[in-house]
Design a binder for this molecule. Structure first.
Ligand code: FAD
Length: 479
């Protein structure tokens, strides 16, 4: 006998579990299916984000930042510690504990909102009268029928052709988050968010980190003044970053008790190079997870990348089937997946859910943090939009000086005629938190002058935001 639901959600990452909860809040009978298992074989909802993405990476970034502070910055504050040691196993155990708290939190939220959770792989069987039949293959097999279906099956790390992830020496994000001891030499292919964050963790703990990037420009998606500052700071910290490389053959070979990875590549000048490392992280992008879904059974349309084709409202080509998050177009970010999940649940309930793609913030949790929303200066130039720019350095911010963290700046870009904020770019302490003010301002279509006229607490890092807004009109007060 099949179990009937108003909505079946496949995938319990941030897109899926949030869609399930919002739909339940709106009065629907909801099932959510997720295949992720923890080491003990139990359910581990939360997807990539909770298990091998946002949450564990931030746990390790925090631990490694504490270590960096203890070894490099405590002395400035008059704190002497003697020799500081890093227990990597303990750090990984703590990270696993943080992940488990989040897995358990989602199971609790499902219970609280009366979402029926099924642990296993979900796939389409067929379209039936008034809905779709979905098979769940887990410890027990179940058949569910959903009047509506949301696919939120996420994405997986893309491997380089010819070299698979063994998660011991050649690592995806999964293996990168559970390296058992600090590698002496770490290679990272790809200088995107994941490569930079993972490279930072292991660099702070003492690894010699080399990042190889195929693009000729560092962080091409970021505002180039931020990217230049970031490259300068990361290089000073000891990250070796090579741009414009072409990766050749990658080989693993035993050397004594260890295994080494050698990466042949040509550098930007076309010279042949060989990098030998103990561990290699490959972070060259992610592929949508549609393999296990059996999309052909119902005629669900995929594009050439294997992503589910959706319109602006996340509707697929099938009536009553929606898709959200990493498995569809758009930025692969947890908060974008969540916003789409909420909007789809509200649309199914007859409401007018919306996602504003122009105000999705981007954050890189390196030190200094990098965050932005809206257009970059290079995009405005390319689009022929006239703009004014204002910038304020953390060096001139009292709170940043007190924190001992004065790297970076806040930069505002505003329309030359209307003064409407078009983009805000931050590199510096707590950029991930500071960017929210800019997101709110842009959602309300504020002008730079609006922010400049708002009272900001003193001393706070947010005063740098106010000052950057003042800088648009060339009237900073503290610089
Ligand atoms: P996912 O989180 O991938 O979840 C999909 C779920 O569906 C998984 O549990 C999967 O097992 C399950 N599934 C797949 N197929 C099936 C099936 N057939 N049946 C049942 N279940 C299935 N984003 C940020 O916004 N901020 C960050 O700081 C950040 N850091 C990151 C760090 C790393 C190292 C990585 C890898 C990613 C990071 N991301 C970050 C990206 C973020 O994790 C993703 O954008 C987000 O998880 C996408 O959510 P989702 O719900 O679409 O998919």
């Amino acid at each position: 006998m099949s179990k009937q639901f108003d909505l079946v959600v496949i995938g319990a990452g941030p897109g899926g579990y949030i869609a399930a909860i919002r739909a339940a809040q709106l009065g629907m009978q909801v099932a959510c299916i997720d295949a992720w298992s923890n080491a003990a074989g139990g359910a581990a909802p939360g997807g990539t984000c909770t298990n091998v993405g946002c949450i564990p990476s931030k746990a390790l970034l925090q631990s490694s930042e504490h270590f960096d502070h203890a070894t490099h910055h405590f002395a400035e504050h008059g704190i002497s510690t003697g020799s500081v040691k890093m227990d990597v196993a303990k750090m990984i155990e703590r990270k696993d504990g943080v992940v488990k708290q989040n897995n358990d939190g989602i199971l609790y939220l499902f219970k609280k909102n009366k979402v029926s959770f099924f642990h296993g792989k979900g796939s389409f069987v067929k379209a039936v009268e008034g809905g779709y039949e979905i098979k769940v293959e887990g410890k027990a097999e179940e058949t569910l029928v959903g009047k509506q279906v949301v696919v939120a099956t996420g994405s997986s790390a893309r491997a380089l052709p010819g070299i698979e992830f063994d998660e011991v020496n050649v690592l995806s994000n999964d293996g990168a988050l559970r390296i058992g001891a600090v590698p002496k030499r770490l290679g990272v292919i790809g200088s995107g968010v994941i490569g930079l964050e993972m490279g930072s963790v292991w660099r702070r703990l003492g690894a010699e980190v080399t990042i190889l990037e195929g693009m000729p420009t560092f962080m091409p998606a970021a505002d180039q003044s931020v990217a230049k500052e970031a490259q300068k700071v990361f290089t000073k910290q000891g990250l070796k970053i090579e741009l414009g490389v072409k990766i050749g053959e990658i080989k693993t070979a035993k050397k004594g008790r260890n295994t080494e990875v050698s990466i042949a590549y040509s550098n930007a000048k076309g010279e042949e190079q060989l990098l030998t490392v103990d561990k290699l992280i490959v972070s060259i992008g992610r592929v949508p997870n549609t393999n296990g879904l059996n999309p052909d059974a119902v005629g669900l349309q995929l594009d050439e990348r294997g992503a589910i084709v959706v319109d602006a409202d996340c509707k697929t080509n099938l009536p009553g089937v929606w898709a959200v998050g990493d498995v569809v177009r758009g930025p692969m970010l947890a908060h974008k997946a969540e916003e789409e999940g909420v909007a789809v649940a509200e649309r199914i309930a007859g409401q007018h859910g919306h996602v504003n793609f122009n105000t999705i913030p981007w954050v890189i949790y390196t030190s200094p943090e990098i965050a932005w929303v809206g257009k970059t200066e290079q995009q405005l130039k390319a689009d022929g939009i006239e703009y004014k720019a204002g910038q304020f350095p953390f060096l001139a911010n009292g709170r940043a000086r007190a924190l001992g963290d004065t790297t970076g700046f806040v930069k505002f870009l505003a329309d030359a005629k209307t003064d409407e904020i078009l983009g805000v770019h931050i590199i510096g302490p707590m950029a991930s938190e500071l960017i929210s003010e800019a997101v709110v301002a842009m959602e309300f279509r504020a002008s730079a002058e609006d922010i400049a006229r708002i009272c900001h607490a003193h001393p706070s890092l947010s005063e740098a935001t106010k000052e950057a807004a003042l800088a648009v009109d060339k009237r900073t007060l503290n610089f």
